[in-house]
Ligand binder design. Structure first.
Ligand code: ADP
Ligand code: MG
Length: 691
């Protein structure tokens, strides 16, 4: 149970003045449901405004406060999506426009009645040959004192919220912050000269004070490291079982290739871990195509040789099926019984699978998260392999680890190359094996950046490619959020592209995206994998794992909208066979300098670790760090710079605290528990109770 001291912080935001049901939606959209969320919703930036007497003394791009009188309202035509405009004039008769888009327009009507003077704060922009202010930050009937503030916070908003509103809510939230005991080690606190927690939050909303921000970032990193170390400690405490295979089954494998040095080394490291009673917690990091599957297979065979079961967890249905097929083929000479369990197994089929798992006749299982539902029981699960680890959160990992009668060993695999500086933040609780060597004979993928306007040429190129008997992917971008209609735009894009390409290539084109029914998606994948379909139009659902060696061309539309790590993984779908492969990155018109540099980097190198490091340097690590896909809280406060500066310190401090007080029972340990709750890493605390 959550400590009582935190109750005021976990009170719902509805308990604040002015938060009614209508505002809950926009607040929820920002993840602001509790008082503490608002307290940690730090301003994105601060603006200084200049009060100007008339528009002549203001210039484009400037943040101003100005008195204006509305002269005319121009509502958009019924049914049109145009903006709501108000023409307003200053004291000497210059006209400017006040402009609102979307839902905000409803409010605009009342805010600036015709003929009445209002003080308006916002950024001057150009609109034709007029100046305009889009979505003014403040509108006051009297020149309010706070409008002239030197430095004013600007918060991230969502549709339906305004700066004054959210400013008011955060002020109310801050007023409710309790005093909490200090969790930072006194020496560190003194050295860094940081403010206390409550002061730091207060300051964080008022100024750009580095010390306050650093302290809050450190807190977050400390919470993260502590939680990961608690997982590690718990793993050590739980009794596992030593698995020593006799090599009998492994000897029967007839692989069509020799293992690379890195694969052999990783297998040795894993075998060493499995032979220990303490459960393994190891991450296998290896670029796309580095050959992680065969490493996993060896680990799973060791478990089966030792008389145990092994399970492989894949993030998607498609991947689970593909793994199942690959493994079943490789396992044929060994006689090992392998099964596939996904959410789609129903009725008698499912019952049969559950029986087989319970009586041990199924020795290996491949599946989606369905394999760790409560109703699935294993006779003796010795090893769990988690493929594409980054798709799963720690909490899911833990649920799986709790499955065996005795703690199973865990091998996590990821193809997301993580810069070294960040590995600790993401995987601080695990030992790491790196597959830093690709199997021999891989050809470089010829990567080119092509302007989107040359679409016709690109399509003609695809036509030639298909005519030569090879296959191709066509990837459309995934847009996370478009005004409350997430993912619709990208489907529209993929579907529209599919329709256009179908006109040209007929039934040779197949389509997959995440919102298709699984049977339909699989059928399309199947048609492509078997060569019936020659061109696959897809969203990022093909990102991980899919393996079709004769697909040697990939076109990626609006490549600038993808993260580099994602582009790298997508590109890894080609270049899997003997033929030379090509990747065309289509780019939109206006690219920022960073955007250009990022695409250039893709052209230049195929080394995932290097791409990760340089992408980090180019634009920060949000994309790499988030576990958005698993919906778990990632880092909300700490930015990249702070991460690099403070993570080693926070991790070291967490380790020291764990060494001195692993049960978190000392006063500082108790305080640290509060911190784990604050940053929603209380799964760390749950472990303490269980242990
Ligand atoms: P990933 O690390 O992306 O999961 P896979 O395990 O799917 O990579 O392997 C990619 C391809 O490389 C597969 O077709 C696999 O059979 C092949 N492969 C794996 N190891 C070797 C090796 N040592 N030599 C040659 N080919 C290999
Ligand atoms: Mg793989």
């Amino acid at each position: 149970m959550r400590p009582e001291a935190l109750n005021p912080l976990f009170a719902e935001v509805q308990t604040l003045d002015g938060v009614g049901p209508k505002l809950m939606k926009p607040l929820e959209k920002l993840g602001l449901t509790r008082i503490k969320d608002l307290a940690y919703h730090l301003p994105e930036r601060f603006v200084s405004r200049t009060a100007i007497a008339d528009l002549d003394s203001g210039s484009e791009g400037e943040q101003v406060i100005i008195a204006l009188t509305a002269v005319e309202h121009r509502a958009p035509r019924a049914g049109s999506r145009g903006p709501y405009r108000v023409l307003a004039q200053d004291d000497i008769g210059n006209i400017c426009a006040l402009t609102w888009f979307g839902k905000a327009a409803y409010a605009a009507k009342k805010l600036v009645p015709v003929g009445e003077k209002r003080w308006i704060a916002g950024r001057l922009d150009r609109y034709g040959d007029m100046l305009q202010i889009v979505h003014p930050d403040h509108i006051e009937a009297e020149s309010a004192a706070n409008m002239g503030r030197q430095s004013e916070p600007v918060y991230r908003l969502s549709d339906g919220l305004t700066q004054p509103r959210i400013g008011d809510f955060t002020r109310q939230a801050l007023a409710r912050l309790p005093e909490l005991p200090e969790w930072i080690e006194p020496g560190q606190l003194a050295r860094a000269d940081w403010p206390a927690w409550r002061d730091a939050l207060q300051l964080g909303h008022e100024t750009t004070d580095t010390k306050a921000h650093d302290r809050l970032a450190y807190d977050e990193l400390l919470a993260n490291s502590l939680a990961l170390l608690l997982v590690k400690a718990e793993g050590r405490r739980r009794k596992g079982q030593a698995l020593a295979g006799d090599g009998g089954l492994r000897a029967k494998l007839h692989l069509p290739f020799a293992l690379t040095g890195a694969q052999a080394r990783s297998i040795t490291e894993i075998a060493g871990d499995l032979a220990q009673e303490a459960p393994m917690l190891r991450l296998l990091q290896g670029d796309v195509g580095a050959g992680k599957t065969v490493v996993a297979l060896n680990a799973m065979l060791i478990a089966v040789e030792a008389g145990k079961q092994a399970a492989l967890l894949a993030p998607t249905e498609i991947l689970a099926r593909q793994h199942f097929e690959t493994l079943r083929t490789m396992l044929a000479p060994t006689g090992v019984n392998i099964a596939l369990l996904t959410g789609r197994a129903k009725g008698r089929e499912r019952e049969g699978l559950l029986m087989g798992l319970m009586d041990g006749s199924i020795q290996m299982l491949v599946g989606t998260h369905a394999i760790f539902q409560d109703t699935v029981n294993y006779r003796d699960l010795g090893l769990v392999v988690v493929d594409e680890q980054h798709r799963f959160g720690v909490a899911q990992r833990l649920a799986l680890a709790a499955k065996g009668r005795r703690a199973p060993h865990t091998l996590a695999m990821t193809a997301t190359p993580i810069p070294r500086s960040l590995t600790l933040a993401q995987y601080g609780e695990m030992d790491v094996s790196r597959l830093d060597e690709l199997p021999p004979g891989r050809q470089a993928i010829d990567t080119r950046v092509v302007p989107q306007e040359r679409m016709e040429e690109v399509v003609a190129g695809v036509e030639r490619h298909l005519a030569s008997g090879q296959q191709a992917y066509w990837v459309c971008p995934m847009v996370r959020e478009i005004d409350g209609a997430p993912d619709l735009a990208d489907i529209a894009a993929a579907e529209a592209r599919f329709a256009a390409l179908k006109e040209r290539f007929g039934d040779a084109v197949a389509l997959v995206h995440g919102q298709l029914r699984p049977e339909i998606k699989d059928a399309a994948m199947e048609r492509f994998a078997s060569g019936q379909a020659r061109l696959l139009v897809a969203t990022t659902v093909i990102e991980v794992g899919v393996d079709v060696p004769s697909a040697t061309l990939m076109v990626i539309e609006q490549a600038e909208r993808f993260g580099l790590a994602q582009l790298h993984q997508l590109r890894g779908r080609v270049g899997r066979g003997a033929e030379k492969s090509t990747c065309l990155l289509l780019r939109g018109g206006a690219l920022s300098e960073t955007g250009r540099a990022r695409l250039a980097l893709m052209r230049e190198t195929q080394d995932g670790f290097r791409i990760a490091e340089e992408d980090l340097a180019l634009r920060g690590g949000g994309e790499l760090l988030g576990t958005r896909q698993s919906g778990e809280a990632a880092f909300r406060i700490a930015n990249l710079e702070q991460m690099q500066k403070l993570l080693p310190i926070a991790h070291g401090d967490a380790r020291l605290l764990m060494e001195r007080d692993g049960g978190l029972t000392s006063p500082r340990g108790e305080a640290a528990r509060l911190l784990l709750y604050l940053f929603e890493r209380d799964w760390g605390v749950q472990l303490l109770r269980g242990g």
